[in-house]
Design a protein around this ligand. Structure first.
Ligand code: NAD
Length: 462
């Protein structure tokens, strides 16, 4: 744990498992309420100086980006060991985080002058909130916490990071690395279980909760924020639909759909989680997707030939296995995969399911793993109605040879982000905001950063 700039020896620990072996990897610190108090007080003390000097913040964020890039290879080793993803993707995760730090460092945050007339001057400031907590899931541990930190820090907040108990190690190391360039208390990190999360969300010194995780936990976080009216941003689950239009060429789009469905072994909030394809293109697309799946190498993340590592944890493997078995039991066809992959870890073959429909659990629920159902449709209106008939609204996509038509169809998808001929690509300048049960508020872009601020209008009468 990193508290007030120092690595603190834990009083208690919990075990972290390597998903590629299913065996013990290392012990992680299990933070106590007293250590949380100390961390929050340290974050508040640091806030008073961090918030005042914009130029110093920009310089520190540049230094932070540089130091994380310098340690990318070491951080990636830890990340792959606890998360399972291929090493090159772990390196990319650290590098993406560094890019986010630079992008926010470069952002102009000059206050807006709303009026400057003979009678008055009105200036709209965006003031920082104070200590922010960043609660992250296990799929992109460093990136998820890091993007939050970049946005919060830029506008003068301090940050306390809580990684998932499945993947605490790389995040703790990442925050340790940052201590070389940030003042004590500017970024801290505590690990622990769900209990730590709820202590943090109800802590009196927490001024903002930036949470990424499941919808079920997001609702608990929202409820915990109410008594103290803490600001919250919730980035939650999704069940993104990809709609293939009748002008699309299955051979041309299959690789893109596959890649965006199985990104991070399907453990991506805004991955494609169900595909709707016109009847006449269905078989060709399923065959093309299945051929790609059959050629993918599943294995340990440290092997450079590996395309997909293991599912991150036993619980998630159980969810994916149950959903696929339920679909097969109800008559679905596994065009590829449908089983676990050999090996002692939590490996699962990339799975393409056909001959199934809405109402089957894997279509209606979030699988968050390497299995993708493909359904046929008769009319576009029907496909849109089925895509939108979901409690979730994180992302969606349209696949077509006609970009103008694709954009018009995108307008009709109820989701925070809709891609045409792409999916699950996030960019620092592109806002990311879940609709319906997929979240509250925005991350990324200037809009996301502003969620870490309080508006203050200063009105000077002349
Ligand atoms: P999770 O909700 O189980 O856990 C997320 C984090 O919340 C963990 O750090 C966990 O320890 C913590 N937590 C648990 N109980 C808590 C509580 N009562 N109060 C505060 N914190 C608590 O989610 P997960 O299984 O780690 O991640 C997978 C889910 O996250 C999927 O549903 C996925 O779609 C979603 N996700 C969403 C986005 C997004 O940006 N919308 C991104 C990645 C993942």
């Amino acid at each position: 744990m990193i508290i007030r700039g120092r690595c603190v020896k834990p009083e208690a620990t919990f075990e972290v498992v390597n998903p590629a072996t299913g065996r013990f990897l290392a012990n992680a610190p299990d933070a106590t309420p007293k250590q949380l108090d100390d961390t929050m007080e340290g974050a508040l003390a640091a806030f008073h100086s961090w918030k005042v000097d914009d130029a110093a913040r920009v310089a520190a964020m540049y230094a932070a980006a540089e130091v994380m890039e310098r340690h990318a290879a070491d951080l990636a080793q830890i990340l792959t060991a606890e998360q399972g993803k291929p090493l090159r993707e772990s390196v990319a995760e650290v590098e993406t985080t560094a890019r986010w730090f630079r992008w926010y460092a470069d952002l102009d945050i000059t206050p807006e002058v709303a009026e400057d007339s003979d009678v008055r001057r009105v200036v709209v400031h965006r003031r920082p909130l104070g200590p922010v907590i960043a609660i992250a899931p296990w799929n992109f541990p460093i990136q998820s916490a890091g993007k939050k930190a970049a946005q919060a820090l830029r506008v003068g907040n301090t940050v306390v990071v809580k990684p998932s108990p499945f993947t605490p190690l790389a995040t703790l190391k990442w925050v340790e690395v940052l201590q070389g360039v940030l003042a004590p208390g500017v970024v801290s990190a505590l690990s622990g279980g769900a209990q730590l999360g709820s202590w943090m969300t109800s802590h009196p010194l927490t001024r903002k909760i930036s949470f990424t995780g499941s919808t079920a936990t997001g609702k608990l976080v929202a409820a915990a924020a109410v008594p103290d009216l803490k600001r919250t941003t919730l980035e939650l689950g999704g069940n993104d639909a990809a709609i293939v239009l009748d002008d699309a060429d299955p051979a041309a789009i299959a690789a893109g759909i596959f890649d965006r469905g199985f990104v991070n072994c399907g453990q991506t909030c805004a991955a494609i989680k169900r595909v709707y394809v016109p009847e006449k293109l269905h078989d060709e697309l399923v065959d093309a997707l299945a051929a790609i799946a059959d050629n993918k190498v599943v294995g340990v993340g440290t092997d450079p030939t590996t395309d997909y590592g293991p599912v991150n944890n036993r619980i998630q493997l159980g969810i994916v296995t149950d959903l696929v078995e339920d679909a097969l039991h109800k008559g679905a066809h596994a065009a590829a995969g449908g089983t676990r992959h050999d090996g002692e870890g939590y490996f699962y073959r990339p799975t393409i399911l056909s001959n199934l429909d809405d109402g089957v659990r894997i279509v209606d629920e979030e699988q968050f793993g390497p299995a993708l159902p493909v359904m046929s449709y008769k009319t576009l209106d029907e496909a849109l109605a089925r895509a939108n008939d979901s409690k979730y609204g994180l992302g969606g996509s349209v696949w077509t040879s006609d970009l103008e038509r694709g954009e018009a169809v995108a307008d009709r998808i109820e989701a925070g982000t809709v891609w045409v001929n792409n999916h699950a690509q996030t960019l620092p300048h592109q806002p990311f905001a879940g609709a319906k049960w997929s979240g509250i508020g925005v991350e990324n872009s200037r809009l996301g950063m502003l969620e870490f601020t309080q508006v203050q209008a200063v009105h000077v009468a002349r």
